[in-house]
Ligand binder design. Sequence first.
Ligand code: CU
Length: 285
Amino acid sequence: MTTDNRDDNAPAEWDSGLPKGRRIGGIVWSLLFLLVPVLGVATFIVAPWFDHWLPKDISVHGRDIDGLFYFILALTGVVFVATEMLLFWFMWKYDAAAVRGPAKYIHGSHTLEVVWTIIPAATMLFLGIYQMNTWADVKMRRPRIAPSAEVVARQFEWRIRYPGRDGTLGTPDDLFVVNDLHVPLDEDFLVQLKSMDVLHSFFLPNLRVKHDAVPGMKQPVWFRATEAGTYDIVCAEVCGWGHYKMKGRVTVESRADFEEWLAGVEARQEATQRGPEDAPPAAED
Ligand SMILES: [Cu+2]
């Protein structure tokens, strides 16, 4: 590190002075760079006031996931502010228009290299271990229940199938709805997620659920909603021209309301569906 770049034996032309504009340019540029951390931090502080922050959490896993999010945000935030401040400071202090004299070159510092490799590596390792339990809860320890519904993503809608009265998916009494998922409050809900065409991502922001729907795969996704209401289902994977309109809603309601809604779906479906015995006789020729 250099502390004084002035060299008393420097050739005379180094002190002849650069145009004043150069120094002002250096000041402006370093202040512009200072704006990055200042505005960056300000945005994070102001965003929740304007409701541009995490959507309301209504799931049992949300607390842990949000906790991890804030922890990593704080960790990366401190590093971000520190590096941006250093960038500003170096631009300000070592401005070529302010510091005359020859540049000094160093061949790097082995100790510094080791330190700034070990610290991030140890931090990543710590985060990997620290989040294991939350990850297991959300993605590995699936509730031991039969699938509550099947969600099939396709360009550009969510096709939802309920098991019907027999509680088994893939039987004739299955109930079909589009973009309208209903789930009972305070109960484990297990979705069987599939895709009919391309990659989609099943995203329930309020339930802190996001899972890719992959063609050819049948994947379990689960959650437990803790607050009644209607929330968004969105696709979080750019899946084609109509990606933006691939929106559905999830309605969280009491068990009784859920049963009532399901009965309504069943009645509507039966009214519009004819069984084989109602089929018109085949045309004879
Ligand atoms: Cu999609």
